[in-house]
Design a binder for this molecule. Structure first.
Ligand code: NAG
Ligand code: NAG
Length: 369
């Protein structure tokens, strides 16, 4: 009897909350919707449906995913959006192009991201058929029309306004554009500091368009330490130090991004855009991998050549036996375990990592409205 009193009590509370919830807000029990935009760091399979070389739909990608199959995620297992879904108590979002995304599944949200894209339309042209950011936003509008047919325009607007949004862009504008080849068109057009100013001004337009489409809580990640990924160590590093030029790019881009987001929030009179400092989140384990349980942050688990950083991760690549002790899964993308560290920081990180607040604070604030 003693033991059963606690569960009984909590069932009463639970019942009360359900009753209250259903009286006040019909959708209060459902987790908030989640929308994802951006590049390969957050793509969970859209490129599988496109004629492009930027894809992760073959083994050993997905080796540690629950199904042990490749899904299009650029990870050995879960990626950053999956882990954020986990934190907000939701199912992982489906790729927008997936035929499974229909009916009630639409209410979970959707993932519009596409590997290879950037802020600029000319970023990733070598991948041919990818969903550039303005196309992702067009799809978001189309998504809202589809949901409207299901639950009506007012509920749809509410679902979108109350949703959490993740936007991850910018790395490819350096790696797959400005620095893709020596004397690239963009590098002949702009000195690096001017290029950064230009892409930040273009990024601002993209975020305002997202706001116009109804987004009101948007996590915006800066770039990681671009010069420290195994691909750059293999190509542009002298003795295993992070490649200087790409580090300079990240050092210029990230603070200007935070400034631009602050400016937007001031203009909109609300904390719509939340900056996640991916650079600092990575640097912790890049500079001291052992402290985080990694044997290395320089060598990719899957790849070939120096640092396993040359070419793509394929069935013919070297493959490490224990992915949890590698910070990088392939030459560009963190392992699931590194992704978990990043998402933990997004969730509870101090102002060094999240500004003006972390996701746990956002969830607390938004649950009160
Ligand atoms: C990129 O393309 C979109 C439409 O596809 C267009 O609206 C936008 O102006 C383009 N951006 C630049 C910088 O040309
Ligand atoms: C999350 O952010 C809030 C507000 O900035 C802060 O008080 C809190 O300490 C942060 N959480 C953690 C675990 O640091």
């Amino acid at each position: 009897m003693e033991n059963s009193s606690v569960p009984f009590f909590s069932w009463v509370i639970f019942g009360l909350l359900l009753t209250l919830g259903s009286n006040l807000a019909p959708q209060a029990e459902a987790a908030r919707a989640f929308f994802v935009f951006g590049d390969s760091l957050v793509d969970n399979g859209n490129n599988n449906y496109l004629a492009t070389t930027a894809r992760a739909d073959a083994w050993p990608y997905g080796i540690d995913y629950p199904t042990h199959r490749a899904t299009g995620r650029f990870s050995n297992g879960l990626n950053i959006p999956d882990l954020i879904s986990e934190k907000i108590g939701s199912e992982p979002t489906l790729p927008y192009l997936s035929p499974e995304l229909k009916g009630d599944k639409l209410l979970i949200g959707a993932n519009f991201a596409s590997a290879g894209i950037g802020i600029l339309n000319d970023t990733g042209v070598q991948f041919i058929n990818i969903i550039r950011i303005y196309k992702q936003l067009d799809y978001f509008q189309q998504y809202q029309q589809r949901v409207s047919q299901l639950i009506g325009p007012e509920q749809t607007q509410r679902l979108v306004n109350e949703a959490l949004v993740l936007m991850t862009l910018g790395g490819n504008d350096f790696v797959n554009n400005y620095y893709l080849v020596p004397y690239s068109a963009r590098s002949r057009q702009f000195a690096l500091p001017d290029y950064v100013v230009y892409i930040i001004s273009e990024y601002r337009k993209i975020l305002l368009r997202l706001y116009d489409l109804g987004a009101r809580r948007v996590l915006v990640t800066g770039t990681g330490p671009l010069g420290c990924v195994p691909a750059e160590l293999a190509q542009h590093s002298r003795a295993g130090e992070c490649a200087v030029e790409l580090q300079r790019a990240a050092a210029l881009f990230n603070p200007q991004l935070v400034q631009m987001l602050e400016g937007l929030n001031n203009q909109l009179g609300s904390h719509v855009f939340i900056a996640a400092n991916a650079y600092e989140m990575h640097m912790d384990w890049v500079t001291n991998p052992q402290a985080f349980g990694f044997v290395t942050s320089k060598v990719a688990c899957c790849g070939q050549g120096p640092y396993n950083g040359i070419g793509l991760c394929t069935v013919a690549s070297n493959l490490c036996p224990n992915r949890d002790v590698y910070a990088f899964w392939d030459p560009f993308h963190p392992s699931e375990r590194a992704n978990r560290l990043i998402v933990q920081n997004i969730m509870t990180g101090s102002s060094k990592y999240m500004s003006p607040m972390n996701l746990s604070t956002i969830m607390e604030l938004d649950s009160r409205v």
